[in-house]
Structures are given as C-alpha cells and as structure tokens.
Write a protein that binds this ligand. Structure first.
Ligand SMILES: [Mg+2]
Length: 228
C-alpha cells in the first residue's frame, strides 16, 4: 500500500503510516484492535521497509504499554516511532518518554487531561529531544485547541487534520465533539491558519448543536440529575 501511495504522489507529499496497534485492551481484545496483530519482529521488519520508502513516521506499531519493546524498536530502525493517542495522564507520558518508547508523542487534549496538562507533556518531550504532535482532537473543537497549543511550541511541526472522503469529510469530522459554524480548512499547500477570534477562535453553531441534545429528565427513571 505504501509503495502504491509513494508511486502516486512521488516526492510531492510526506507519508506517515498508522498501524493502530495500541488500541484498548480487554478480555475480548487482548492486544490491539481487530485485524492483523503486530509484534516486535513484524514492527521491525515493516519499519525497515518504510525507511526505504521515505516514510516520515510509523505510528502505534505495538500495544500502548510495551514501552520496552517500543524502545528496542526505536534503537533498531531509522523511521521515527510515534504514539500515545490512547494514553492518559501526565505520568504515563513521563514514563513512556523516560523509558524511550517514542520519538513523537501524540496525546489528545479531549481524552487526556486537557490543554494545561498537554503543555507539560510537550515541555517534557522538548526536554528529552522528542516531538509533540497531538492526536486529531476528535472533532473541530479539539482540532482548534491543539492548533493553538502547537503554534506556541518549537517541537510540534505537524498537526493531524482529518479529511478522508467519503468516510470522513471536513464537516462530518469537525462536527464530532461540537458543531463549528465554519469548519477549519487547510490551504492548497496543506497549511492551517490559527483562528484569530476570541477563545479558541471558532464559533459554535448553537442551532445545529440541538441535534445532539438529550432530555435528561425523560431519559432517566428518576428525577435525580446526573453529575456527569
Ligand atoms: Mg492514530
């Protein structure tokens, strides 16, 4: 697949690969997500192939807590190793960086303690000579939040921007986690401007937001209000 993509885009575009091997762990899903499960051997062999194809980074090649194997992989291959979108908490990012797990950490403000903690993750990464390139933010609001943070950092050269039609279009993706009156968009060279309005600089479409409203009084059996 990567060979075909490289053939199609030539040198005009950078290619990053996401193996998605660091999904949630459960009894029915003991290692990663559905499909092929990678181990250190497969990750090493595949990363070496990617190196020949000029892949910029390999994301989530192994389960999310295999810090030791991720460190071995980093030592063995030339392609930078990225990950951390499913990890939570400043302490986990400290552990993974200390243990040499990733060249690029990818926390998400919407699932891991918010922007204030992510600033500390980014600073820790900078201190250790690693990059900080957050996960996609689960929608337009998360994307705007990451964009503001990354624009202030010297170790954050990319932003994850989802556009994958017909599955995920600009609007369908950025409507997740909130409804933006105007979705953020990249220019013809792939750059994304930081919004200049107040707050995160994006405007919520309050009318469209009503589609996601829930009548809590009718959806619970008692009148007790949820504290969620
Ligand atoms: Mg990913």
């Amino acid at each position: 697949m990567v060979e075909l993509v490289r053939e199609a885009v030539g040198d005009s575009m950078e290619i990053m690969v996401d193996a998605n091997q660091a999904g949630p762990v459960s009894a029915s899903n003991p290692v990663a997500g559905a499909g092929v499960t990678w181990d250190l051997g497969r990750a090493t062999a595949t990363a070496r192939e990617y190196e020949q194809l000029g892949v910029l980074w390999l994301e989530e090649p192994l389960p999310r807590y295999q810090f030791e194997n991720l460190s071995r992989l980093r030592d063995a291959v030339g392609v930078p190793i990225a990950g951390g979108e499913g990890n939570t908490g400043l302490h986990e990012f400290h552990w993974m960086l200390r243990d040499g797990a990733y060249d690029i950490v990818q926390p998400d403000a919407t699932t891991s303690e918010g922007l204030s903690q992510l600033r500390k993750v980014a600073a820790t990464a900078e201190l250790m000579g690693r990059q900080f390139i957050p996960h996609h933010g689960a929608g337009g609001i998360g994307l705007a939040a990451h964009l503001h943070l990354c624009a202030t950092l010297r170790n954050s050269p990319w932003i994850e921007f989802i556009i994958d039609p017909p599955c995920r279009t600009l609007r369908s993706y950025q409507h997740l986690g909130g409804v933006l009156a105007e979705p953020l968009n990249i220019d013809e060279e792939g750059y994304l401007d930081v919004p200049t309005g107040s707050g995160l600089g994006v405007v919520i479409d309050e009318i469209a937001l009503q589609r996601f409203a829930t009548d809590t009084a009718r959806s619970t059996t008692s009148r007790t209000r949820s504290t969620d």
